[in-house]
Ligand binder design. Structure first.
Ligand SMILES: *[C@@H]1O[C@H](CO)[C@@H](O)[C@H](O)[C@H]1NC(C)=O
Ligand SMILES: *[C@@H]1O[C@H](CO)[C@@H](O)[C@H](O)[C@H]1NC(C)=O
Length: 274
C-alpha cells in the first residue's frame, strides 16, 4: 500500500517535469501532432520513453522510443522541406541514461561522462559494427525540416533504425523526396508520423532490433481543414526496394495486423481515412 502511494507520488512528480524525456505528448511536444493527438497507445512498447527532441534551446520533433529494442517506434513532425548540410556526427539522448542527472538537450556522446550511455539506447558502435547491409535510416529525415538546427537535430540515434541500404537509398528516398513533394502540393501544413515495426532480427549481438517494416503517414491541412491524408509502408528486408502507397485507413489496418490485432490510430479522426 505504501509502495503504491509512493509510486503515485513519484508519478505525479514526473508529470511536472518539463524536460526532454517527458511523460505525455498531450502536454509536451503536442505541437508536432495534429490537434495535439498522438497515435494510439497500442504502438507503445512496455519499456518506452517519450522524447521531445531538443537542440539549441528549441524543440524540433517528437519521438517515441523503445528502450529495450533500442529503436524508435515513431517520430512525429511538421513537414517543411529545405536544403542544408548534414551533421557530421551523431547525438544521443542523455536523459535516457538518467533523467535527473542530465539536461534537456541531445548531446554528442563524448560530452557525457557515463559508462551507461548504451544501456537504454543505441550507440554509434552498434551501427558501425553491423555486418548486415544496413544504414542509419532516419525516421524524421533531415530533408523534411527547414532550419539548419532542425536538420541537425535529426542526426540523433534515437531517430534512427537499422534500415537496409537498398530501401533507404532507393524506393524509400524516392518516397521521402519525390512522392512527398508531389502529395503535399497545395497543403498549407502537413503533419507526418514515420515509424518502424519491430522485427525478429537484430544487429550488435541483439542490442538493436532490425524493424520488419518502415511506414509513414501524413495529414495535409488546407487552411485549417485536414483535406487529405495518405500512408506508405515498406518491408525492411534485404534487397527489397519497394514502397507501397496506400490510404491512411489501409495503413492503420495493416499496422493493426502487424501489432497483433490491436487497433492502431495514427491521427486525429478528422484526417480522412480514404
Ligand atoms: C504526382 O501526382 C500526380 C497525381 O496526383 C501523378 O499523376 C504524377 O505522376 C505524380 N508525379 C510524380 C513525379 O510522382
Ligand atoms: C538476435 O538475432 C539472433 C540471430 O538471428 C538471435 O539468435 C537472437 O535471439 C536475437 N536477439 C534478440 C535480442 O532479438
Amino acid at each position: 500500500m505504501l509502495g503504491l502511494l509512493l509510486l503515485q507520488v513519484l508519478a505525479s512528480c514526473l508529470c511536472l517535469g518539463h524536460s526532454e524525456v517527458v511523460t505525455s505528448f498531450t502536454t509536451a511536444c503536442a505541437q508536432f501532432f495534429y490537434e495535439k493527438t498522438p497515435p494510439s497507445d497500442t504502438l507503445r512498447p512496455t519499456n518506452a520513453a517519450r522524447i521531445c527532441q531538443r537542440l539549441s534551446n528549441k524543440y524540433h520533433f517528437a519521438t517515441l522510443y523503445d528502450k529495450t529494442r533500442r529503436i524508435p517506434v515513431y517520430s512525429a513532425y511538421i513537414y517543411k522541406p529545405g536544403h542544408g548540410y548534414r551533421y557530421n556526427s551523431w547525438f544521443i539522448e542523455p536523459q535516457l541514461i538518467d533523467k535527473k542527472s542530465y539536461g534537456k538537450e541531445m548531446a554528442e556522446p563524448w560530452t557525457i561522462h557515463s559508462a551507461n550511455i548504451g544501456e537504454n539506447q543505441a550507440v554509434e558502435n552498434d551501427y558501425s559494427s553491423a555486418v548486415m547491409p544496413v544504414d542509419r535510416g532516419h525516421l524524421c529525415p533531415s530533408g523534411h525540416l527547414y532550419e539548419q538546427t532542425s536538420r541537425w537535430a535529426t542526426f540523433t540515434l534515437t531517430n534512427i533504425v537499422p534500415q537496409y541500404s537498398t530501401l533507404n537509398q532507393g524506393a524509400w528516398s524516392v518516397y521521402e523526396d519525390t512522392t512527398m513533394r508531389n502529395k503535399t502540393d497545395g497543403c498549407d501544413k502537413t503533419y507526418v508520423i514515420t515509424g518502424a515495426v519491430p522485427g525478429n532480427t537484430n544487429i550488435s549481438n541483439g542490442r538493436v532490433n532490425i524493424p520488419s517494416h518502415i511506414w509513414s503517414a501524413a495529414c495535409c491541412l488546407v487552411g485549417t481543414n485536414p483535406t487529405r491524408a495518405w500512408g506508405a509502408i515498406a518491408k525492411n528486408e534485404r534487397g527489397n526496394n519497394q514502397v507501397t502507397n496506400l490510404n491512411l485507413g489501409r495503413l492503420e489496418t495493416k499496422l493493426s495486423e502487424l501489432y497483433g490485432g490491436k487497433v492502431v490510430t495514427l491521427f486525429n479522426n478528422a484526417c480522412p481515412r480514404q
